[in-house]
Design a protein around this ligand. Structure first.
Ligand SMILES: Nc1nc2c(c(=O)[nH]1)N[C@H]1C(S)=C(S)[C@@H](COP(=O)(O)OP(=O)(O)OC[C@H]3O[C@@H](n4cnc5c(=O)[nH]c(N)nc54)[C@H](O)[C@@H]3O)O[C@H]1N2
Ligand SMILES: Nc1nc2c(c(=O)[nH]1)N[C@H]1C(S)=C(S)[C@@H](COP(=O)(O)OP(=O)(O)OC[C@H]3O[C@@H](n4cnc5c(=O)[nH]c(N)nc54)[C@H](O)[C@@H]3O)O[C@H]1N2
Ligand code: SF4
Ligand SMILES: [Mo]
Length: 672
C-alpha cells in the first residue's frame, strides 16, 4: 500500500507569488513540498524556505502543548497544561478584566501577513468585536502604500506580474524580487532577453541592480524629490501625455506646480545620485513603452514614504504609460476585482472602540488610560522581533501586571514573554483561503497534514473562547465550511468564485486574470479619474509631496535600513537560522571609523543599542547601513536587533511604521 500521497495546496506566506504547491504527505507528515503549475508564475519551482518547511513544522522550536509561565516573565520556566486548563485561565482573566475595566482594556495584536481570510479575520475578529476590545490599526506594512494607491487610483489592479514580459522598460523601485518575490525574476530576464531595459532605484546594489542598465542608489527616504523632479521634467520637456491626463486625471495643474519645485539637480543632490544619471532615467522612461514600474515596500517606511509612493505612481499617468499590455505600475494587486471580502463571515459589524496603532506598541502599553491595556493577545505576529522600539516593547511585555497571551507555532522571542502560550497550527495543517497581492489568484487550500502535538487553528481557538465567554449567537458561521460559505454568500461574484474553487481550488477574479489598466479596468475613485493630489491625502500628510529633510544628525549620521532576508518571511523561520546577523556597511563608512570586515561593532542611537558583527560591502552606498528585518534576539551579541534602533515614529500616510528612518552611529567594539 503506498503511504505517500501528493496533495495540492497553496503557500499563504506574505509573499506576492502565492505559489500553488504539491505537498507529499506520509502518514499525516509533510515530507516534501514543491511548486505546481496552477498559478501563473510559479512554474513548478518554489523558494528554499518553503521547500524546507518540514524543519519548521517538526523542529525543536515547535510549541506542542499549551504552557503557563512558572517563573518571572521571560524566565523560560513553563508548566505544561491541558487545553481545557489553558482556555479556562485565559477566559477567566479576560472576563474579569472586561468586567472591571471594560473591553478596551484588552488589545488584540496581530499582523497576519502570513495568513488568509480563514486564519486572519474570521473568528478572532468576531471574538474581539463582541468583547468590545480595542481595535488594532495594522500599520507594520503597506499602510502608506495602500493609502497612496487608493487615494490616487481607488481600487485598480496593476500590471499583472506575468505581463512584465511585454515591457520594454522595467523599473524596480524600492523592491528586491530576488529575495521577496522570486518568480518575477525569470519574467524580467525574459523581457530583457527580448531587449527590455532595467532600472533599479535602491540604496543597495541588489542582485538585479547588478545586472541593471541603470542603478540609482538613492539615499533612503529621498525618493520623493527624485519622482517629483522626474514629473517636473516630463512636463517641462513636452513628454507629458496631455490627452491622457485631460481624459483620465484630476488635479493635473496642482501636481505640476508641486513637482516643478524640484529640479533634476536639486533632487539628485538630496538623493545623493548623479544628476546625469537621473536625467538618463527621465529620458529612458519618457521614450520607452510599454514601461512598467514595480514599486516595493522598502520605500514607504520613512517620513516621506506615502508621498513618495504617490509621486512614483503618478509617473505613468503623467507620461501616458497606461493602456498597453505591460505598461503602468504594479504595487499591491490585492485590489483585483474579486468583489468579495471576508467581512461578511465575521458576523459582527465593526466597532467604534478606540483604535490603537500597532506600530507604537510600547506607547500603547505604557501611556493609554481609561482604561489601561491589561491584556495583550498576540496571534499571527512576533512583535518583539518586528515592532519598532524593541527595548521598550520588551520592557512593557515583561511587566508583571500585563496579561500576555501568545498563540504561536514556535517559541518566538515574543512567546518568551507570555503568561500563556497556546500551540497554533501552521498552513498545510489548517484550511486557508487566500488571495494574492502579487499574482491575481485566490486559493482554497485544504489542510493536508496532521497538526503535531495539540496545535489548534486560530478558528478552533477563538471559536472555543467565544463559547466559553458566551459570545456566540444562533446562526453564526462556525466551521471552516460555514465561514467560506458566508464569505462568498454576501457578494455578487461569490457563487462564480465558489464554483471555480470547488472545481480547481484556485480562482481568478474575472474572465481575464491579467487585465490591462485603462483598457479592461479603470480607477474606482468617485469620479473615475486618477486623483493626482487627493485632498484627503493632502490633509493627512499635512502637505502631500512636501519633502521632510533627512533625520540624520551629527551624532547619528548613518541611515539604517532593514530589508528582507531571502531565507525568512519577516521573522518567520528565524528560529532555523544559525548564522549571526551582520551589519552591512560601505567600505568608505567602515574605513573612516577604523572598522574592518568581521569586527564586532556597536550600533546605537537615542532609541537603542545593537552589538553585532560587521560585513563590509560595496553593495551598500556610503551613508547607509543594513541590518536585515526579522532577525531573532539570538542573532546578535547583545540580544537586540534592527528594531531596537527604530523609533516608534510614523510615515506621512497611513500611520505606517517608519522602519527605515532609523539614523545611527557605528563604532568598533574592542575585542572581548
Ligand atoms: N524572502 C522574503 N520574502 C518576502 C519577505 C521576507 O521577509 N523575506 N517579506 C514579505 C513582505 S512582509 C513584504 S512587505 C515584501 C517586501 O518586499 P520588498 O519591498 O522587496 O522588500 P524590502 O527588502 O523590505 O525592501 C526592498 C528594497 O527597498 C530598499 N529600500 C529601503 N529603503 C529605501 C528607500 O528609501 N528608497 C528606495 N528606493 N529603496 C529603499 C531596500 O534596500 C530593499 O532592497 O516582501 C515579502 N516577501
Ligand atoms: N526593522 C524592520 N522591521 C520590520 C520591517 C522592516 O522593514 N524593518 N518590516 C515589517 C513588515 S513588512 C512586516 S509584514 C512585519 C511582519 O511582522 P509579523 O506580523 O510579526 O510577521 P512574522 O515575523 O512573519 O511573524 C508572524 C508570526 O505568526 C505566526 N503564525 C503564522 N501563522 C499563524 C497562525 O495561523 N496562527 C497563529 N496563531 N500564528 C501564526 C508565525 O509562526 C510567526 O511567528 O514586520 C515588520 N517589521
Ligand atoms: S514564500 Fe513565496 S516563493 Fe516561497 S513558496 Fe511561498 S509564495 Fe512561493
Ligand atoms: Mo510586509
Amino acid at each position: 500500500m503506498p503511504q505517500r500521497v501528493v496533495h495540492h495546496s497553496a503557500c499563504p506566506l506574505d509573499c506576492p507569488d502565492l505559489c500553488g504547491l504539491a505537498v507529499t504527505v506520509d502518514e499525516g507528515k509533510v515530507v516534501e513540498v514543491d511548486g505546481d503549475r496552477r498559478g501563473p508564475i510559479t512554474d513548478g519551482f518554489i523558494c528554499g524556505k518553503v521547500r524546507k518547511i518540514a524543519q519548521h513544522l517538526y523542529g525543536d522550536h515547535r510549541v506542542l502543548q499549551p504552557r503557563v509561565r512558572a517563573g518571572a516573565k521571560g524566565s523560560g520556566a513553563w508548566r505544561t497544561v491541558s487545553w481545557d486548563e489553558a482556555l479556562g485561565l485565559v477566559a477567566d482573566r479576560i472576563a474579569s478584566i472586561r468586567a472591571r475595566a471594560g473591553g478596551e482594556a484588552i488589545l488584540p495584536y496581530h499582523y497576519g501577513g502570513s495568513n488568509g481570510w480563514l486564519t486572519e479575520g474570521a473568528l478572532a475578529t468576531r471574538f474581539f468585536r463582541r468583547l468590545g476590545a480595542s481595535n488594532l490599526d495594522r500599520t507594520f506594512c503597506a499602510a502608506a502604500t495602500t493609502a497612496a494607491t487608493q487615494g490616487l487610483y481607488g481600487k485598480l489592479p496593476g500590471v499583472a506580474l506575468e505581463d512584465f514580459e511585454h515591457a520594454r522598460l522595467i523599473v524596480l523601485w524600492g523592491v528586491n524580487p530576488s529575495a521577496t518575490g522570486i518568480h518575477l525574476v525569470p519574467v524580467i530576464e525574459r523581457a530583457r532577453g527580448a531587449g527590455a531595459k532595467l532600472v533599479v532605484v535602491d540604496p543597495r546594489r541588489t542582485p538585479l541592480a547588478r545586472r541593471a542598465d541603470l542603478w540609482l542608489p538613492v539615499r533612503p527616504g529621498a525618493d520623493l524629490p527624485v519622482a517629483l523632479a522626474m514629473i517636473g521634467a516630463l512636463f517641462a520637456r513636452g513628454h507629458a501625455d496631455r490627452a491622457f491626463l485631460a481624459k483620465h486625471a484630476a488635479q493635473v495643474d496642482e501636481l505640476h506646480i508641486r513637482a516643478a519645485r524640484w529640479s533634476i539637480a536639486d533632487a539628485a543632490g538630496v538623493a545623493g545620485v548623479e544628476a546625469k544619471q537621473l536625467d538618463r532615467f527621465v529620458e529612458l522612461y519618457a521614450r520607452s513603452s510599454p514601461a512598467v514600474i514595480r514599486a516595493g515596500w522598502g520605500l514607504e517606511r520613512n517620513r516621506n514614504g506615502g508621498s513618495a509612493v504617490a509621486a512614483i505612481l503618478a509617473l505613468p499617468a503623467v507620461a501616458g504609460k497606461f493602456g498597453v499590455r505591460g505598461g503602468g505600475y504594479t504595487m499591491s494587486n490585492s485590489d483585483a476585482r474579486w468583489g468579495v471580502s471576508s467581512e461578511s463571515a465575521i458576523g459582527e459589524p465593526p466597532t467604534t472602540r478606540r483604535v490603537v496603532n500597532m506600530s507604537d506598541l510600547p506607547g500603547a502599553l505604557r501611556d493609554l488610560r481609561d482604561p489601561r491595556v491589561e491584556c495583550l493577545f498576540v496571534y499571527n505576529c512576533n512583535p518583539v522581533a518586528t515592532a519598532p522600539d524593541q527595548a521598550a516593547v520588551i520592557a512593557q511585555l515583561a511587566r508583571e501586571d500585563l496579561f500576555v497571551v501568545v498563540h504561536e507555532q514556535v517559541m518566538t522571542d515574543t512567546a518568551a514573554f507570555a503568561d500563556v502560550v497556546l500551540p497554533a497550527t501552521a498552513f498545510l495543517e489548517h484550511r486557508e483561503l487566500r488571495r494574492g497581492y502579487g499574482v491575481m489568484r485566490m486559493f482554497d487550500s485544504p489542510a493536508v497534514a496532521t497538526p503535531p502535538g495539540e496545535a489548534r487553528s486560530n478558528n478552533q481557538l477563538f471559536g472555543a473562547l467565544i463559547e466559553r465567554l458566551g459570545l456566540g449567537r444562533p446562526g453564526d458561521a462556525v466551521t471552516d465550511d460555514e465561514l467560506v460559505a458566508a464569505t462568498f454568500a454576501a457578494h455578487d461574484n461569490g457563487a462564480a468564485l465558489r464554483a471555480q474553487l470547488a472545481e480547481k481550488h484556485v480562482a481568478t477574479p474575472g474572465p481575464d486574470p491579467r487585465p490591462v489598466p485603462f483598457v479592461d479596468v479603470f480607477p474606482s475613485t468617485p469620479d473615475g479619474k486618477i486623483q493626482l493630489v487627493p485632498p484627503g491625502l493632502d490633509r493627512e500628510a499635512r502637505g502631500l509631496y512636501e519633502y521632510r529633510a533627512d533625520p540624520g544628525t551629527e551624532a547619528h549620521p548613518l541611515a539604517l535600513i532593514s530589508p528582507a532576508l531571502a531565507t525568512q518571511i519577516s521573522s518567520t523561520f528565524g528560529q532555523l537560522r544559525e548564522a549571526p546577523g551582520a551589519l552591512e556597511m560601505s567600505p568608505h563608512d567602515a574605513t573612516v571609523r577604523g572598522i574592518s570586515d568581521g569586527d564586532r561593532v556597536r550600533v546605537w542611537n537615542a532609541t537603542g543599542n545593537v552589538e553585532c558583527q560587521v560585513r563590509i560591502t560595496p553593495d551598500v552606498r556610503a551613508g547607509v547601513c543594513v541590518l536585515a528585518k526579522g532577525l531573532w534576539r539570538k542573532h546578535t551579541h547583545n540580544g537586540f536587533t534592527a528594531n531596537a534602533l527604530v523609533p516608534a515614529a510614523f510615515a506621512d500616510l497611513g500611520g505606517q511604521a517608519a522602519y527605515n528612518d532609523a539614523r545611527v552611529q557605528v563604532a568598533k567594539l574592542e575585542a572581548v
